[in-house]
Design a protein around this ligand. Structure first.
Ligand code: NAD
Length: 367
């Protein structure tokens, strides 16, 4: 389907090798949409993430299945229709999108579009009476996140963010070790996430401020921010950041590499970084009784962890399948997701403060 001129795909493919059964070419025969049990998901935007991860993951879900698609490309619609056995009545484009409200096959709309489109499609999905998963970063800024949360509440629909690592057992173990102080109080956190953005064409939406909101910080740094927050189980209060650009002509609209110090209540400071110029993906934690952490920490598969007791021996899972199954169960039970819109909002408040700090050169409060 879509070819990406940069090396992100290669980077993520390497980090996905642990999930061997997760073949892209599979044909969907394993569900029975009429069995009344699985909820129907419609993916909006059939780019890299839908094609490479979410579609294939929906071959492995127990509580939901790929019921529909929204795409502006008729050729993509045709290919997905064949591969996933999607009926014509469940295929939409951006003009017909709102008609989804009349389609009982679709319970959940998953917004997998450029960041600048997250707010609009989340709100329209909720107004169409559907529950919503919106990809990360949740929106261009915290204000947009608040509008999305309000709209979903008003429509009485559940909203969840595509934070797959909250369903990934190594990351969940880190939450437990840090938050329950299994090795005593956490004394240091250092985390980084990034990849080398290759090529010379910087016309892609990810490098346009109006569409992406920012660069490596918005795309990759959100994981480092999350990692610090869920290790401690606390909310940061202030941040001081600086940035580095080795290719200013290429990253002329968005950030390339950003470093920050994230301050938590009581004065604890976690260091973090994000990049479109370094292959990073780790979360290192020091506690009173030893060190624990993850490396690779945030990729799609093959997450590896260590503790003072030795390596974590935890099976690899398909993050997205776990994440979507959990949300489908939340919808069934009318229960708030463990990664609701408010979780995306918290991260975007940190991101906003980091950008303010880059502008001011000073420590900025997270408000
Ligand atoms: P992509 O560029 O490959 O796909 C974007 C899709 O949006 C394409 O199908 C494109 O046709 C469609 N689109 C519709 N209107 C568009 C417009 N005006 N301009 C550009 N594209 C338009 O991007 P992607 O990598 O699939 O990312 C989509 C979302 O998924 C982003 O929010 C990204 O951050 C997120 N994502 C999340 C993860 C994760 O691990 N959770 C991984 C990758 C991407």
């Amino acid at each position: 389907m879509k070819n990406h001129p940069f090396s992100r795909r290669d980077f993520l493919r390497v980090s996905s090798l642990g999930v061997g059964a997760f073949a892209l070419g599979e044909t969907l025969m394993s569900f029975s949409p009429k069995d009344g049990k699985k909820l129907g998901i419609a993916l909006v935007g059939l780019g890299y993430y839908s094609y490479g991860q979410l579609g294939p993951a929906l071959l492995h879900t127990k509580n939901c299945y790929l019921a529909g698609i929204v795409t502006g490309h008729p050729a993509k619609a045709e290919a997905w229709k064949k591969q996933y056995n999607i009926p014509d009545k469940n295929i939409y484009n951006y003009e017909t999108f709102d008609k989804i409200k009349d389609n009982p096959d679709i319970d959940i709309i998953y917004v997998v579009l450029p960041v600048s489109m997250h707010k609009e499609y989340t709100i329209r999905a909720a107004q169409a009476g559907k529950h919503v998963i919106c990809e990360k970063p949740m929106a261009l800024n915290a204000k947009e996140c608040e509008e999305m949360i309000t709209a979903c509440k008003k429509a009485n629909r559940l909203l969840s963010i595509g934070y797959r690592l909250h369903f990934e057992p190594h990351n969940m173990e880190i939450m437990r070790l840090g938050q329950k102080q299994v090795y005593g109080k956490v004394t240091a956190i250092d985390t980084g996430n990034g990849f080398v953005y290759g090529g010379t064409d910087n016309s892609a939406w990810r490098l346009k401020k109006a569409m992406a909101g920012g660069g490596g910080l918005m795309d990759m740094g959100i994981y480092s921010i999350q990692g610090s927050r869920y290790t401690l189980g606390q909310e940061p209060v202030a941040v001081k950041a600086r940035q580095e650009k080795t290719r200013p002509e290429f990253f002329n609209e968005v950030d390339e590499t950003v470093y920050w110090e994230l301050e938590f209540p009581g004065g604890f400071v976690a260091t973090g970084k994000s990049s479109y110029n370094h292959n990073w993906g780790y979360l290192h934690v020091e506690a009173e009784k030893g060190k624990f952490g993850l490396e690779p920490a945030y990729g799609y598969g093959s997450v590896e962890g260590y503790t003072p007791a030795g390596p974590m021996h935890i099976p690899q899972v398909i993050h997205q399948a776990m994440q979507m199954d959990d949300f489908a169960e939340c919808v069934r039970q009318n229960k708030r997701s463990r990664v609701p819109g408010e979780e995306g909002l918290k991260d975007m408040k940190v991101v906003d403060a980091i950008y303010r700090s880059l502008d001011s050169g000073k420590k900025e409060k997270i408000v």
